[in-house]
Design a binder for this molecule. Structure first.
Ligand code: NAD
Ligand code: LMR
Length: 326
């Protein structure tokens, strides 16, 4: 048996965590041979509800769970952790954009960045799910100067899976045959789902699609899918977000299920494709051996370039709004 790794989950009594914690405990995220110690973090008013989640977790008697910590003290919750799933934050409700959450949620991430810097392992892998995820990840990263910027990521994997699903429905084929989807930019209504490099088996998908569908259906549907779920459910996506979070961390830590296929993650820009290098920006990546690399050298046409610039501009505006926390 491998030694146990420590996984912190914030917002542990919330909707996403109610699914995510059980996925991690059953080995869906880090593998069926990887024992875990779960460090569950909530704000004090939610500790009672968290106690109920812990009781349910105990009742599952998961063989991989080697310890459970439930706390409202982030220095305890982040102590010596290998993985941080930063979920805890307010969700939006009908009629709001994710960036409307920025000022309310931003301070959570400056405090958590400082705590990670103080007590987490130096190679901790951090995934920010709480919205607006990219800018919250930027705040977390800036507040943890002793941890490498590569370790801070934001979730655009749900958008990536949504794009795969839309393509598979449109083309009436199994989505496992679809490769090289890319989400560029912000997890917001300006994100750009790019299918110009996408393959079905080894053929370009673009040959089977018309531009009208891409422009008027695929892109806006992916951009506004979160709002459509809020309208239908009365609450934001939770189970699908948990699946996407587990996939994100799985692929980063253990490599993608389909070797060399692309994933989309918000990462600190290195200036690739001319993107401002002080943003957490979603790029197409390949994960290998616990690390990731931006897919380089893609030809970006005018259609894509315009949309990539638009989502970059929005992220710069978000950064300007929370400059005092960086
Ligand atoms: P929720 O309201 O059900 O749960 C959030 C939990 O976080 C609550 O239990 C709350 O008490 C807790 N919390 C608040 N502040 C905290 C803090 N400082 N420390 C620890 N816990 C804290 O919300 P949810 O549905 O679980 O969604 C959580 C976040 O994830 C929201 O911001 C939502 O918009 C976002 N989200 C992101 C994506 C994505 O693709 N990036 C997808 C879905 C949801
Ligand atoms: C999503 O994409 O479903 C989440 O970011 C929740 C939201 O606010 O849309």
């Amino acid at each position: 048996m491998k030694p146990a790794v420590k996984v912190a989950i914030t917002g542990a009594a919330g909707n996403i965590a109610y699914s995510l914690i059980f996925q991690i405990a059953s080995g869906n995220m880090l593998g069926k041979d990887q024992p875990v110690i779960l460090q569950l973090i909530e704000i004090p008013p939610a500790l009672g509800a968290l106690e109920g989640v812990v009781m349910e977790l105990e009742d599952c008697a998961f063989p991989l769970v080697k310890g459970i910590v439930a706390t409202s003290d982030i220095n305890v919750g982040f102590d010596d952790i290998d993985y941080a799933m930063l979920v805890g934050a307010r969700p939006r409700s009908k009629g709001m954009e994710r960036k409307d959450l920025l000022l309310g949620n931003a301070e959570i991430f400056s405090a958590q960045g400082k705590a990670l810097n103080a007590v987490a392992k130096r190679d901790v892998k951090v995934l920010v799910v709480g919205n607006p995820a990219n800018t919250n990840a930027l705040i977390t990263m800036h507040n943890a100067p002793d941890i490498a910027p590569t370790q801070f990521t934001a979730m655009t994997r749900l958008d990536h899976q949504r794009t795969l699903s839309q393509l598979s429905t449109k083309l009436e084929l199994d989505h496992t045959r679809i490769h090289q989807v890319a989400i560029w930019g912000n997890h917001s209504a300006t994100q750009y789902p790019d299918v110009f490099h996408t393959l079905v088996d080894d053929q370009p998908v673009i040959e089977q699609l018309d531009m009208d569908w891409i422009e008027k259906a695929l892109i806006p549907d992916v951009q506004t899918r979160g709002a459509a779920i809020i309208n239908a459910r009365g609450a934001s996506s939770a189970a699908s977000a948990a699946v996407a979070a587990a996939l994100h961390m799985h692929d980063w830590a253990l490599n993608s299920a389909q070797p060399d296929d692309w994933v989309s993650m918000g990462i600190k820009s290195n200036g690739d494709y001319g993107i401002d290098d002080d943003l957490i920006f979603s790029f197409p990546l390949v994960c290998r051996d616990g690390e990731y690399d931006v897919v380089k050298g893609l030809e970006i046409n005018d259609f894509s370039e315009q949309r990539i610039r638009l989502t970059e501009k929005e992220l710069i505006e978000e950064r300007d709004a929370i400059r005092h926390l960086l």
